[in-house]
Design a binder for this molecule. Structure first.
Ligand code: TYM
Length: 356
């Protein structure tokens, strides 16, 4: 498994543990699925995994409460339908485990303003009207570090767009370990209290691009629904979106380097490869020289074959919201058991007085 190969000294000595999350701000799309969710499912075979619906992140921008509730259940249904097993892994929503917020406060006092000022996602999301952005949106990456480190997670499978946030997570862990090194050692934790978590990013779909513009990431916030395939799209919608996807006039190349400077072709080949569990070169071995009309037909068939069962299973699960809520509450209890031990130790290390 790639995750284990990525293990470096920073995470050595820690029990190997996976954490990741998605925001319930929208219906999940193919980028979320191929960039992260498929990897999450695979990692369950080799790692202890904790998967979270990060609802506290979702209120950093304006939201409708009823939509948020619906979206938390829908994202949970997508995790389950894609193959996250709530018996084997822990599956919960963030706001039910208060320790995420508690650790965030301590990390707010560790992280530096200069570090947050460099976060490109804040700049993108806040846009020109920065003064009007919520403090939560600015602090978002610190909450994300707390999500990960409250479980001392060693591996975080995500798409490429989360790389900078994971670097910040490592910076916060490192600074906490340094700032409190004496207290950490005195309490018998050795040199490091928090691991330096490894991002697990890779494969042909680490960055799935818009179907309308190969230079833009596939994203929930794109105003055109034709730019993305949603996990709730039916077979007709999937077929239409792929047929309308932007391409160039050339036939597909036979070698991967022939995709350079052809972002739309590169994206569709990457999507095909990820759905099939193949490499881009293997896809080109089959389709090199083919016109897009032929390739798109094959991509439509493959996409429908892979995604329709997930959509159907999501629909089935969503018919019983009480069962989804039960799974989330059960997961939250199990998550809290780990998180509360970490926060207790952190309070000791920092010097807070607490009940013994
Ligand atoms: P979010 O909700 O934007 O996205 C969820 C996951 O999907 C990946 N992703 C993509 N991958 C490939 N191509 C794309 N076009 C694409 N779009 C999204 C993201 O990289 C992510 O893995 N900050 C996180 C949520 C979060 C989190 C965490 C993740 C909060 N705390 C702790 C990991 C660990 C986010 O906004 O993801």
């Amino acid at each position: 498994m790639q995750g284990s190969k990525l293990m470096t000294n920073g995470a050595a000595g820690f029990q190997s543990r996976v954490f990741s999350g998605m925001q319930p701000t929208h219906t999940l799309h193919l980028g979320n699925y191929l960039g992260a969710l498929t990897r999450w499912v695979e990692m369950q075979a080799t790692h202890e995994c904790i998967y979270c619906v990060v609802d506290m992140h979702a209120i950093t921008i304006q939201h409708d409460p009823a939509d948020l509730t619906r979206s938390i259940r829908e994202v949970t249904a997508a995790y389950l339908a894609a193959g996250v097993d709530p018996k084997r892994s822990i599956l919960f929503n963030q706001s039910q485990v208060a320790e995420h917020a508690e650790l965030t406060w301590v990390f707010n006092c560790v992280a530096r303003l200069g570090w947050l000022n460099r976060m490109t996602q804040f700049k993108e999301k806040a846009g020109k009207d920065r003064e009007n952005a919520s403090i939560g949106l600015y602090d978002y990456p610190v909450l994300m570090a707390a999500d990960i480190l409250v479980y001392k997670a060693t591996h975080v499978p995500v798409g490429e767009d989360q790389k900078q946030h994971l670097e910040l997570t490592r910076d916060i862990a490192q600074k906490f370990n340094n700032d409190y090194s004496a207290a950490i050692a005195a309490r018998g934790f050795g040199e490091q209290f928090f691991p330096l978590t490894e991002p697990v990013i890779g494969g042909p779909a680490a960055r799935v691009m818009s179907l309308r513009d190969g230079g833009k990431k596939m994203s929930k916030s794109d105003p055109s629904d034709y730019s993305r395939i949603n996990l709730t799209d039916d077979a007709d919608a999937i077929a239409q979106k792929i047929r309308r996807a932007k391409t160039d006039p050339e036939a597909l190349p036979s070698e991967e380097k022939g995709l350079d400077a052809r972002p739309e072709a590169d994206n569709l080949v990457g999507i095909f490869a990820a759905l099939k569990g193949a490499t881009k070169q293997q896809v080109l071995d089959e389709f090199g020289g083919a016109q897009f009309s032929t390739f798109k037909s094959a991509l439509v068939d493959l996409s429908i074959a892979k995604l329709s069962p997930i959509t159907a299973e999501m629909r089935r699960l969503l018919a019983d919201p009480a069962e989804i809520d039960r799974i989330l509450c059960d997961g939250a209890d199990r998550a809290r058991a780990i998180a509360s031990a970490t926060v207790r130790d952190v309070k000791d290390i920092v010097g807070f007085v607490q009940k013994r």
